[in-house]
Ligand binder design. Structure first.
Ligand code: MOS
Length: 721
C-alpha cells in the first residue's frame, strides 16, 4: 500500500499531465496500472463507429415500436380508434391499456417505494402531459411512426396543476429516506443573537439530462425468459425491477448493454422504452425494439425537479457561523415519491451552533422528477453557497476567510469524525491557481470597455461511500484472468478504469485482464450512479482478487473462480463523514446593455480520493464543470401553464452549453485518499457540476452588484434598463 500511496502523491492532472505522452501502455509495471492515463479501451471502436450502442445491435426477426403520447396533461382516455393505424403499411398491431399485459404495482425503487411511472398502459388515466398511451408495432421504424401518427386518441380533459411554489397548499414533508432533518441547537435564538444575517430565497428550474444517446431497448423472449438490450446505468437493478413488474423470477430476466452514450441520471432506472418493448414482445411474440425520439426522451423519461429554497445564515462579527437554516421545497409528480435532497450539504460543509434543515414537496401533474447529475446537491449548493457569498458581502470580508473560519472538526450535525476532509486544500489551491489574492471584494469595480468584469467562488462536499456488489474472477489456464461484474460504462471510462484496477489487485499486466461488464447475469452490483460505480465495483473486484490469489497459492488446476460479495464489509463500516470536496472559481464578463454573461475562466480543485486514471478523471471533472456552467446560464425545462406540456422538448428550445459557451477550464485534484475504501477511492463523477452555478452567480454579482437568486441567469434577469 505504501508504494501506491507514493504513486498517488504529486499526481496532478493539470495541463502537463494531459498534454504529455500517455503514460503506461503495455510496458507499465503491473503495480502502476492505477494512476496511468490510459485512453479508453473501446476508444478506437468508438472513433471508427464499431462500438455498438443498444440501438445498433440487431436481433433476428425484430419489429419496431413507436410511442403515442398524451396530448393532454390530465384526464381520461375516452376512445382509441386504431382503424387507420391497422390499415397502415407494415403495422403489426397496437398496444394500449385495453390489451397490454398487467404489471405489478409494487414495482419501484428501494429508496422511494412503488413507482407509478412504471405502470404504463394499465388504465385510461392521464396525470401528466406526454404520458405514453399506446405503442404501435410495425415491420420498420418508419412504418411504426407512420402508424402512430394515424392513431386517433380522444380524451376527456380534467383540470391540471403544474404551478410549483413553496407556498402551494399541497406542500408536505418529503419521505425521510436520506436521514432525518437536522435539528441542532436553537436556530431562531442564534439568528437573533447574530451580528449579521442573511435570509434569502433561491429558485432552480426543472432540467433534463440530455444524454446524447436517446433511450432504446430491444426485447425478445427466449423460452419464456425476458432478454433485453437496454440503455441504462444499472443492468442488475433494472433486471430486478423488470422481474417484479412482470412477475418473473430474477433468473428469467437478463438485461445487457455494450456501450452507453451518457446517462447523467436519466437512465438510472427502468425506462419506458424497456417496459413497452417487453410488453410488445410478449403480445406480438416477436423481438421488438423501442427507440425513443428526442422529444419522447424529454417527455417520458425523467427530469430534475424545480426547487425553491430558503437559506438563513447568522454570524458573529468575526465571521463565525452561529446559524445555518436551509429549507427546501421541490416539485414532485402525483405518481411517485422522490427526494431532491437539497439540504444535505448544509449538514456537512460548515461548523455552526445551530443547524436546521427541512425538505418538503409539492405533488403536481408533471413528469416524475428523478436523479440528474448531483441530484439535490447541485441545486442545494447553489442556494447555500450563494447565501454564503451574500454573508461575506454583508460582513465585508473575503469569501475565502468565511470558509477558513468555519471549518468543522467533526460532522457539524452528526458529530462523527471525517475520514478525510480536504475542503480547505481545494479552496487554497484553487485560489492560488485562479489568482484570487488581491481581489477587491466590492462589486462593480472592474470594467473592460462597456463590459463589467467579476469573479466569484463556491465550494461543496459530495457524499462518498460504496454499495454492495459482487464480482467473479476466473484464473484461466492460459494465464489470463476473466473479471466479470454487472457494472456499466456510461461513457466515463469505467471499463478502462476497472481493467487497471483488476490488473493492480491481481498484480499482473493489464494485457492479461479480460473484463466483462454490462450484463445483469453477472450478479448483483450497484449501478453507475451516485458517483459510486467505481468505488463499489472496485471493492468487489479487489475482494475477489484477494481470495483468488490466496487460492492460487496452492496451485489448483485451472480454471479457478472466486465470487465476492461486499455486503457485510460495507454495511459494517462505522458511522463516519465520508465526502469528496470541491472549490470552484469563476470569472465572468457581463454586458449590462444586453444582459449577456460570458464565463471567461473556470478553475476547479477537487478532493476526490485516489485517482485511478488522471486523463479520465480530468474529463469527468471538466465535463461536470461544463454541466454546472450550463445549469448556471442556460438550462431549463419550460412548461406551458395552460396546456401543462413542456414547450421546449428539443435541442433547439432546450439550450445547454455548446463549445462557444465554454471557456478555458482548469480542473485538477488535490492530494486525497479515502481510508475507508480498500483502494482509497472516492467518486469524481458528479462533484464537478455541483458548486459551479453558485460560483458563476457570485461572479455575476461581483461584476454587476445585482444578486442572481434564480437559475438560469438568462439575459432578461441581468439586463439593466
Ligand atoms: Mo446519477 S444523477 O448518480 O446517475
Amino acid at each position: 500500500m505504501t508504494t501506491r500511496r507514493q504513486v498517488l502523491k504529486g499526481m496532478g492532472l493539470g495541463a502537463a499531465a494531459v498534454s504529455a505522452p500517455i503514460a503506461g501502455t503495455a510496458e507499465a509495471a503491473p503495480s502502476e496500472a492505477i494512476g496511468s492515463s490510459w485512453t479508453r479501451i473501446e476508444g478506437k471502436d468508438k472513433l471508427r463507429g464499431r462500438a455498438r450502442y443498444t440501438a445498433d445491435i440487431p436481433v433476428e426477426g425484430m419489429a419496431h415500436g413507436a410511442l403515442v403520447t398524451s396530448t393532454i396533461t390530465r384526464g381520461l382516455i375516452s376512445g382509441i380508434d386504431a382503424s387507420a393505424t391497422l390499415a397502415s403499411p407494415g403495422v403489426i398491431g397496437v398496444l394500449d391499456h385495453r390489451n397490454a399485459p398487467r404489471l405489478n404495482p409494487q414495482a419501484g425503487s428501494p429508496f422511494f417505494g412503488p413507482d407509478g411511472q412504471f405502470l404504463l398502459l394499465q388504465n385510461d388515466v392521464i396525470e401528466h402531459g406526454g404520458w405514453p398511451v399506446a405503442l404501435v408495432v410495425a415491420e420498420t421504424p418508419e412504418q411504426a411512426r407512420a402508424g402512430a401518427e394515424r392513431l386517433r386518441v380522444s380524451y376527456v380533459e380534467q383540470p391540471h396543476d403544474i404551478g410549483f411554489s413553496a407556498g402551494h397548499p399541497l406542500l408536505r414533508p418529503a419521505l425521510p429516506s436520506f436521514g432525518p432533518d437536522a435539528n441542532k441547537g436553537d436556530l431562531d435564538a442564534e439568528l437573533a443573537q447574530s451580528a449579521v444575517t442573511v435570509d434569502e430565497r433561491y429558485f432552480t428550474p426543472p432540467e433534463s439530462a440530455c444524454a446524447m444517446e436517446p433511450h432504446a431497448a430491444t426485447v425478445w423472449l427466449e423460452n419464456g425468459k425476458i432478454r433485453a438490450y437496454d440503455t441504462n446505468q444499472a443492468p442488475f437493478g433494472v433486471a430486478q425491477v423488470l422481474s417484479v413488474l412482470f412477475d418473473k423470477p430474477l433468473t428469467d430476466v437478463r438485461v445487457e448493454a455494450e456501450q452507453l452514450g451518457g446517462g447523467f441520471g436519466g437512465k438510472t432506472g427502468v425506462g419506458p422504452q424497456l417496459i413497452l418493448a417487453t410488453m410488445a414482445a410478449m403480445i406480438f411474440s416477436r423481438p421488438v425494439r423501442v427507440a425513443l425520439t428526442r422529444e419522447e426522451v424529454f417527455l417520458t423519461t425523467s427530469a430534475r425537479a424545480a426547487t425553491e429554497q430558503r437559506v438563513r445564515l447568522g454570524v458573529d462579527r468575526d465571521g463565525r457561523l452561529r446559524a445555518i437554516g436551509h429549507e427546501a421545497a421541490f416539485e414532485l409528480s402525483v405518481k411517485a415519491e422522490y427526494i431532491e435532497n437539497c439540504v444535505e450539504v448544509a449538514k456537512v460543509l460548515y461548523a455552526a451552533d445551530a443547524i436546521r434543515t427541512r425538505i418538503n414537496v409539492v405533488p403536481l401533474h408533471i413528469l416524475p422528477p428523478n436523479s440528474l447529475r448531483a441530484p439535490g446537491t447541485a441545486p442545494g449548493s447553489f442556494a447555500l453557497e450563494s447565501a454564503m457569498d451574500e454573508l461575506a458581502e454583508r460582513l465585508r470580508i473575503d469569501p475565502l476567510d468565511l470558509r477558513r473560519r468555519n471549518e468543522p472538526e467533526v460532522g457539524p450535525v452528526s458529530g462523527h469524525p471525517f475520514t478525510s476532509r480536504n475542503f480547505l486544500r481545494c479552496v487554497e489551491e484553487g485560489a492560488r491557481r485562479f489568482g484570487w489574492a488581491g481581489r477587491d471584494h466590492r462589486p462593480r469595480q472592474r470594467r473592460e470597455g462597456h463590459l463589467l468584469i467579476g469573479t466569484g467562488m463556491a465550494g461543496t462536499s459530495f457524499l462518498t461511500t460504496a454499495f454492495p456488489s459482487s464480482a467473479t474472477i476466473t484464473a484461466e489456464p492460459d494465464g489470463t484472468f476473466t473479471v466479470a461484474i454487472a457494472a456499466m460504462d456510461i461513457g466515463t471510462g469505467a471499463r478502462t478504469a476497472l481493467t487497471a484496477i483488476s490488473a493492480d489487485v491481481l498484480r499482473v499486466d493489464r494485457s492479461r485482464i479480460r473484463l466483462r461488464i454490462g450484463d445483469s447475469a453477472l450478479g448483483p452490483a450497484w449501478g453507475a450512479g451516485g458517483s459510486l460505480g467505481t468505488t463499489s465495483w472496485s471493492w468487489a473486484i479487489s475482494s475477489a482478487a484477494e481470495e483468488l490469489l490466496t487460492k492460487l497459492e496452492s496451485k489448483p488446476s485451472l480454471p479457478v473462480s472466486v465470487t465476492s460479495d461486499t455486503t457485510n464489509e460495507i454495511f459494517s463500516l462505522p458511522p463516519r463523514e465520508r465526502h469528496a470536496y470541491s472549490a470552484i472559481f469563476a470569472e465572468v464578463a457581463v454586458d449590462p446593455a444586453t444582459g449577456e454573461v460570458r464565463v471567461r475562466r473556470l478553475v476547479g480543485r477537487f478532493a476526490v480520493g485516489r485517482v485511478v486514471n488522471p486523463l479520465m478523471v480530468r474529463s469527468q471533472l471538466v465535463g461536470g464543470m461544463i454541466m454546472g456552467l450550463s445549469m448556471a446560464l442556460h438550462e431549463q425545462v419550460v412548461r406551458d401553464e395552460v396546456t401543462g406540456r413542456q414547450v421546449n422538448a428539443d435541442f433547439a428550445g432546450y439550450h445547454f452549453a455548446a463549445n462557444a459557451d465554454v471557456p478555458f477550464i482548469d480542473a485538477d485534484v488535490v492530494a486525497d485518499y479515502e481510508p475507508d475504501n480498500p483502494l482509497g477511492l472516492k467518486g469524481p463523477g458528479e462533484i464537478g457540476t455541483v458548486a459551479v452555478a453558485a460560483a458563476v452567480a457570485n461572479a455575476v454579482w461581483h461584476a454587476t452588484g445585482k444578486r442572481q437568486r434564480r437559475l438560469p441567469i438568462t439575459l432578461d434577469r441581468v439586463i439593466e434598463g
